[in-house]
Design a protein. Sequence first.
Length: 87
Amino acid sequence: MSERETINGVPVTEEQITDWAAEAEAGFDVAALKKRGRGRPGRAATPSQVVALRLTPEELAYVDSRAEREGKSRSDVIREALAAAAA
């Protein structure tokens, strides 16, 4: 194996490849693989849509400050502001 073969910058060894091949030949637990899921968990019964939002440095600083103060994410703070504006 050449030194160019890496995973996250770490060279892959022949021993790793042999171990992976043995694991594959023994078979995988399909039920366990299906449970893993992909991506972030959903917020609701239906998929959410990602929306890009442009903020000035001052607006972003306010959002970040409030998020840190309240122990929330940027997204949570923005969603709460939208809900308050819609009420």
